[in-house]
Write a protein that binds this ligand. Structure first.
Ligand SMILES: Cc1cc2nc3c(=O)[nH]c(=O)nc-3n(C[C@H](O)[C@H](O)[C@H](O)COP(=O)(O)OP(=O)(O)OC[C@H]3O[C@@H](n4cnc5c(N)ncnc54)[C@H](O)[C@@H]3O)c2cc1C
Length: 356
């Protein structure tokens, strides 16, 4: 979805331009930098990084407030919704590497904040900036915001085409999709697609076609490549991320179950974070080592040099793994061998079920 001005009804008041957070850079003091993980091992296992988000969100629910976060809905679309219970947090836990539909949630969150309800809003830095723009007020006391270091959000259209391709291959509907499964560990994260017929297909960041295209910046939203929200211009009270580089930054802490990087930007954020007792936290003395391992914290992703050609081919021929592979750096020999082994159980399964 792209914003367009309908010139037939535009009265040229420029309010859309004035209120749009895009391109407006607000410098903030350097944040406090921490490493952290939730002590509950099961929650950490099902979280993308160290599970810090669940601790921050659970505190809001316990105070009777509402938490906004992103779910995958039944039509495999990422959507931001309001959650009212601790059990409900399971649906918004975990990264969905997609641009989420958030317009309704931003309007609903602003409405609740204006009515005095306590709200924790989590989303991409631009969604948090959007909420502040809608409220027209910096940091109301009943609102806590959490954003994350953002590599950019991939095109939902390409993801839908990818899901349809998988469904054709398995002759069954995808009922669950995880972008960050830890079955091979935190660092070598996997995708897992579960189908209605019981099939399961998984791939790693080196073998899954969708993840490879995401990480090689082939189909991020164009606005992501111009994003100005970084280390000291991020809008939220608290920023969470993966503590990539943990093996050299804090090797004694790194057991590959997941560690979060945490940036505290405001006093309210610091107070909120410090009162979450279920977190095991340690200081990170400098941002310097993060520059090499987490570049998205310091500037936008550079588009793949054949991004436009990919989208032209996609419009002409539609989506297929073959055409995607024409644009991506090929996986190494080891990854190809792993991919072949990985597909064996699924192929046997299909044959046993007579669906070959
Ligand atoms: C598109 C995207 C790009 C990212 N890029 C980086 C990166 O370059 N470097 C890095 O260190 N970390 C990145 N992250 C953040 C990282 O993947 C984890 O989300 C973060 O470390 C929090 O993990 P957690 O274990 O604390 O909690 P989790 O439970 O895993 O966190 C989930 C939180 O992320 C929100 N969320 C999930 N998907 C979306 C979405 N599509 N849109 C908006 N909000 C969403 C949920 O609502 C929830 O608040 C990215 C996340 C996303 C969604």
């Amino acid at each position: 979805m792209y914003p367009v001005v309908d010139s037939a009804i535009c009265i040229a008041c420029d309010l859309c331009e004035k209120s749009c957070p895009g391109g407006k850079e607000i410098r903030r003091p350097e944040p406090q930098i921490l490493g952290s993980q939730i002590t509950d091992q099961e929650i950490r296992r099902v979280s993308s990084s160290g599970g810090v988000f669940t601790a921050l969100a659970a505190r809001m629910i316990r105070q009777g407030g509402v938490v906004f976060g992103t779910i995958m809905n039944e039509s495999m679309t990422a959507e931001t919704v309001g959650i009212f219970s601790e059990e409900g947090l399971a649906a918004i836990r975990g990264s969905k590497y997609l641009q989420s539909q958030s317009a309704d949630a931003i309007a609903d969150a602003a409405d609740l904040v204006n009515k005095g309800v306590r709200v924790l809003f989590s989303g991409t830095p631009c969604q948090v900036a959007g909420l502040y723009a809608k409220l027209g007020e910096a940091h109301p006391s009943n609102l806590m915001t959490v954003d994350f270091v953002c590599h950019g959000t991939p095109s939902p259209g390409v993801f839908n085409a990818y899901i349809k391709t998988l469904e054709k291959l398995h002759n069954s509907r995808v009922v669950r999709f995880s972008f960050r499964d830890k079955r091979l560990g935190w660092k070598d994260f996997s995708t897992v697609a579960v189908f209605e017929n019981g099939d399961v297909e998984s791939g790693t960041q080196k073998t899954d076609p969708f993840l490879r295209g995401f990480l090689q910046n082939l189909y991020l939203r164009p606005s992501c490549h111009e994003c100005h929200l970084r280390f000291d211009t991020l809008p939220a009270d608290i920023t969470i991320a993966d503590l990539w580089g943990a093996d050299s930054i804090c090797p004694e802490r790194d057991d590959d179950t997941g560690l979060s990087l945490v940036l505290l930007h405001s006093d309210a954020g610091r107070e909120w974070f410090e009162s979450c007792r279920e977190l095991d936290t340690f200081p990170i003395p400098s941002a310097e080592p993060l520059k090499r391992v987490n570049p998205s914290l310091f500037g936008p992703s550079t588009p793949h040099k054949r991004r436009s050609q990919f989208f032209r081919a996609y419009a002409r021929e539609g989506f297929s793994f073959e055409s995607l592979n024409r644009f991506l750096a090929p996986p190494g020999r080891l990854e190809r061998a792993i991919e072949r082994i990985r597909r064996i159980p699924s192929a046997i399964g299909r044959r046993l079920h007579g669906r070959q």
